[in-house]
Design a protein around this ligand. Structure first.
Ligand SMILES: *[C@@H]1O[C@H](CO)[C@@H](O)[C@H](O)[C@H]1NC(C)=O
Length: 788
């Protein structure tokens, strides 16, 4: 009985509080909002904008956001980066010295605006900006400085600013598109993993994207000139709301909506930018194997015949083939009996070709593809034939080119009986899985639209494109045999790379496989790896390996962009990673975030799994260590220098001479006369994983490998004695996630088992790390025999 009055009192206090905490747009320190379907938001003084929780359509979850409160569908214009949604009962507080803090019903912090030594109040401005204001009336934090996918009049984007589309209309997680104001003053709308040179050379470049109070958008240049985005006179006269949103389909649109609608109305478009959204080489408007066309200037995706959506609810996503292409014996020589073509006109997938036959004729093109078990589609145009493998990327309709796409399909069940929809597990290389990167290896078109400060839309990728195309190896002689493999990887001369790297001036790092230098090609920053003198000097071998590497695409692998093969001089050109190496990230004073480290470990494991199992040629890395793991702009792990071991070693499968790995990471079998398998990478991964967990370096001694295994010994001792707190040096963030911690340590210990056959495969490692399968107690990773 005593409970009732207490409840009643607290409810009364709460109601009083809710009423008292907001006044004319200002929000007092200590105020809070609870996520419930009928929760009242904090309103701006005119009542036009609201800050609070909006229920995500059809779900029991809420988004902390700012919206137009007088528009019936309450269009959302701001939410915290990444659009975290929370469940009923979650809370946002305006905490003294802490600013806005969003926490779930259990009290765990989900998001916060950051710490401020002191502030006076919060304010929901009539501009749509939610600000935290100090005693001098200065904004210490404002939502306008952290835009989501929308900007509003009076909002300004400074150099380095980013707007990110959402995934879908009601899915606020980061989508595929970004609008960025680069340091060089170019405004670029591009897909999310584009890497654009930030080198600036113009003294009169843009420095702000301005959305002025009257609804006009322009780029403000350093000399105060304006480059208009909204053309003069294009705005309706009268009282309107204005917003510009990077829509989830990648179209940047400026909209307006009447403030006093007379009848049912909706957002109307002032202008939008979509130019060539389907055709842009790095466009991800549609997923893999999908085909993009423009429908009312919006990208429209449709799976080609014989393919269906991987996720029926995601029409812009990936398509999977409804049949298997197989190189199993028995099917190899029955191409024409088993397969036939569907002819599609004016559709092209400009990437993923592995053979280019020039000249060719249509019949030769058909026959060649039909009898080639790897060939999924042949593109015939201008007496040339391109054979392509799955997954097909950048598919689009292009009536301007006279292209014929010959898409293979299975007429009957093949001799091995793998027809129909039942693609066998482990065989599906269709690329619909997560293991295949969507990233295409030529980045020439990666900028969809570059809006130059002069105010014209210009493709900033054009310079790159010319540069790269002029370096494409010209196929002088007709290649009609499918055994001659040509990739369209750009080739450079040594002199060009001397120039690109300014005489190999800026060294980024060095390792077992050579030294890496920073360089600039076109406007793109690249990493140039000058390979050590090869053991195998055969030209053919180098070409073969480079082709293998070039065909390797995975989001956790660094992409090869070009190469040089000038006599003795052999160099490989890779994408440049701004966030440097894992070694740099891991071993610094402050421990990096545990969640980040978890995702880096899983990323490396995925990249390795792909090298070991998923690509057509198995690749053993042989030198997995933090220096060979690079981090992209979003701290995704990317494995570097794969595929080089084979080039630089006499005999990879049996050796006790050509050890090329790095001590401390090298598996014990390197020192024995046993076969080297993918399990050497598993061992090195184990050491790496223990480093990621503990943020400690494995100790490397010069003379003897046995001494090198110090970190693994320490991990074992701590694990056995139940002292993982010591292993992670009492790091509370890691210890708070104890279950994950102990799982990761156990997996690490399994990977560094002395006996290679005891070590799990990388695939199994991922399953264990992701908690899909239980990890059993590992045995001691102690040496089982002493060898010299
Ligand atoms: C609201 O925004 C306007 C325009 O940016 C600004 O002038 C005004 O000072 C803001 N109000 C408060 C209380 O911050």
């Amino acid at each position: 009985m005593t409970l009732i009055p207490i409840h009643f009192i607290s409810l009364a206090i709460l109601l009083h509080f809710v009423a008292a905490q907001q006044n004319n747009g200002s929000v007092s320190v200590g105020a809070s909002l609870i996520a419930t379907p009928d929760a009242k938001p904090w309103l701006s003084s005119s009542g036009e904008f609201a800050f609070g929780f909006q229920q995500v359509q059809g779900k029991d979850s809420f988004l902390l956001s700012v919206w137009y409160d007088k528009i019936p569908n309450k269009t959302i214009i701001w939410y915290p980066k990444g659009g975290p949604t929370v469940s009923t009962g979650s809370k946002v507080d305006l905490v003294d010295r802490r600013g806005l803090v969003l926490s779930d019903p259990q009290g765990n912090e989900v998001w916060s605006s950051g710490n401020f030594s002191d502030f006076a109040y919060g304010y929901m401005n009539d501009t749509g900006n939610f600000a935290i204001i100090d005693r001098n009336s200065d904004n210490v934090w404002e939502s306008f400085s952290y835009p989501a996918d929308t900007i509003l009049p009076t909002q300004v984007i400074n150099l380095g600013g980013v707007i990110n589309s959402r995934m879908g209309e009601t899915d606020f997680t980061g989508g595929k598109f970004q609008l960025r104001l680069l340091q060089n003053g170019n405004l670029v709308l591009n897909t999310i993993d584009m890497d654009t040179s930030d080198e600036s050379n113009s003294t009169n470049s843009g420095f702000q994207l301005v959305f002025d109070a009257t609804g006009y958008m322009y780029i403000l240049r350093r000399n105060s000139e304006k480059a208009n985005l909204t053309t003069e006179g294009s705005l309706p006269s009268g009282d309107y709301y204005h917003r510009a949103t990077l829509d989830s389909d990648g179209v940047l649109t400026q909209y307006y909506y009447p403030k006093n609608p007379t009848k049912d109305t909706s957002w109307k478009v002032v202008w939008f930018v979509t130019e060539d959204i389907c055709k842009a080489i790095d466009s991800k408007a549609c997923g893999l194997n999908n085909v993009c066309s423009l429908d009312d200037n919006r990208p429209y995706c449709e799976c080609p015949q014989g393919f269906s959506l991987l996720d029926p609810k995601a029409p812009n996503g990936d398509c999977k083939p409804d049949f298997t292409l197989s190189c199993d014996e028995g099917e190899l020589n029955h191409g024409g009996d088993v397969f036939d073509f569907i002819e599609l006109n004016n559709i092209d997938w400009p990437m993923s070709d592995y053979v280019h036959m020039n000249p060719s004729n249509e019949q030769a093109c058909r026959t060649s593809c039909l009898n080639d078990c790897f060939c999924a589609v042949a593109i015939y145009r201008d007496s040339q034939c391109w054979k392509k493998q799955l997954p097909l990327s950048n598919g689009h309709k292009d009536p301007s080119k006279n292209v014929k796409a010959l898409l293979k399909f299975r007429k009957i069940d093949g001799p091995s009986g793998t027809g129909g929809n039942n693609s066998r597990e482990g065989e599906d290389k269709s690329g619909t899985g997560e293991y295949i990167s969507r990233r295409s290896f030529i980045f020439m078109g990666s900028a969809l639209i570059g809006i130059s400060v002069i105010g014209i839309f210009a493709f900033i990728g054009v310079i790159n494109m010319c540069f790269f195309q002029s370096h494409k190896k010209k196929a002088g002689t007709p290649i009609l045999s499918s055994t001659t493999v040509e990739t369209n990887l750009p080739r450079f001369t040594y002199q060009e790379l001397v120039k690109a790297t300014d005489g190999f001036k800026d060294e980024l790092g060095s390792g077992a496989f050579g030294t890496v230098y920073k360089g600039v090609i076109g406007t793109k920053i690249v990493a140039v790896n000058k390979l050590e003198t090869m053991v195998q000097d055969s030209q053919k071998e180098f070409k073969t390996e480079v082709n293998t590497i070039a065909r390797t695409h995975h989001k956790n692998l660094v992409q090869l962009l070009g190469y040089c093969d000038d006599g003795e001089k052999r160099l490989l050109i890779y994408e440049y990673m701004r966030n440097r190496t894992l070694a740099f990230y891991l071993f610094k004073d402050k421990r990096p975030n545990w969640k980040h480290r978890i995702s880096i470990a899983i990323g490396v494991a995925k990249g390795l799994t792909y090298l070991h199992e998923d690509c057509s040629n198995q690749i053993i890395h042989c030198d997995i260590k933090p220096q060979n793991i690079l981090l992209d702009d979003y701290y995704n792990a990317k494995i570097a220098n794969f595929g080089l071991a084979k080039l630089l070693m006499i005999n990879q499968s049996k050796t006790n001479t050509g050890i090329k790995g790095t001590k401390g990471y090298v598996a014990p079998e390197w020192f024995r006369n046993t076969a080297v398998t993918t399990k050497v990478d598993v061992y090195s991964f184990g050491v790496l994983l223990l480093e990621i967990i503990s943020c400690r370096k494995t100790v490397v001694f010069d003379d003897d490998a046995e001494d090198a295994a110090v970190l693994t010994d320490m991990a074992w001792d701590c694990y056995q004695e139940g002292r993982l707190d010591a292993f992670v040096e009492n790091d509370s963030e890691t210890l708070d996630d104890f279950e994950k911690l102990i799982t990761f340590v156990m997996v690490g210990l399994w990977c560094v088992q002395e006996n290679p056959s005891m070590r799990p495969t990388m695939k199994k490692v991922i399953q264990m790390l992701e908690g899909e399968i239980e990890v059993i107690e590992p045995p001691c990773p102690c040496p089982f025999s002493v060898t010299s």
